[in-house]
Write a protein that binds this ligand. Structure first.
Ligand code: URA
Length: 206
């Protein structure tokens, strides 16, 4: 893929975001990694504080978890492309006056999802891995739940600009931050990643 094309997409997204009241100065965090038809594209929810500071997805605590999990099954971040549904940091001011992360709103998800679809069409991964419910629901019916879908392959439907639907294999994982709050998920996460690794050759050979 021509790197300028992805760059142009990023610029177009940034230009649109600057027109949204309240987001004029928001820092855009686009995808990062191997954007030349990688085997996998990982998709999270939205950037947090560290991601907004560094301008890259998954570089904070959840990102460290993610990297460790990937390495444990022999997947390197460099081979993958990593992005988020929402490209700005959703935040609020806490009672103590600190700026803290918050989950993205429905409006934010709806605003950024078409940009994610365009990003996928340009990066052309062989398969998607969604991290958590927000990313999963960008591709499957809204009532789908990570508790039922994790650890297995399903099909992602990605509406194209030309009216056609791109279909890609999708493997659902819990969000790596969930493991920070729910330690009991660690073993589940490892088993899911092991299944992902074991079934990847089938995806690669398509
Ligand atoms: N959580 C996400 O969903 N994305 C990031 O980039 C970081 C944390």
């Amino acid at each position: 893929m021509d790197p300028h094309t992805l760059h142009r997409l990023r610029e177009a997204c940034a230009a649109e975001v600057r027109t949204v009241p309240g987001l004029e100065t928001a820092r855009l965090v686009f995808g990062d990694g191997n954007d030349q038809a990688p085997l996998l594209m990982l998709i999270g929810e939205a950037p947090g504080q560290q991601e907004a500071l560094q301008g890259k997805p998954f570089v904070g605590k959840a990102g460290q978890n993610l990297t460790a999990f990937l390495n444990a099954v022999g997947l390197s971040r460099d081979e993958l492309y990593i992005s988020n549904v929402v490209k700005i940091r959703p935040h609020r001011v806490s009672a103590a006056g600190r700026t803290v992360n918050r989950p993205p709103t429905r409006e934010e998800i709806v605003r950024f999802t078409p940009w994610l679809y365009r990003e996928i069409a340009l990066v052309r991964p062989a398969a998607l891995v969604t991290l958590g419910n927000v990313a999963l629901r960008a591709f499957v019916p809204a009532e789908a739940n990570i508790g039922e879908c994790h650890g297995r392959w399903t099909e992602a439907l990605i509406p194209g600009e030309d009216g056609r639907t791109l279909r890609l294999p999708l493997f659902a994982l819990y969000h790596p931050a969930a493991v920070i709050y729910r330690r009991e998920l660690t073993a589940v996460y490892q088993a899911d990643l092991e299944r992902l690794r074991a079934t990847l050759p089938n995806v690669a050979s398509r």
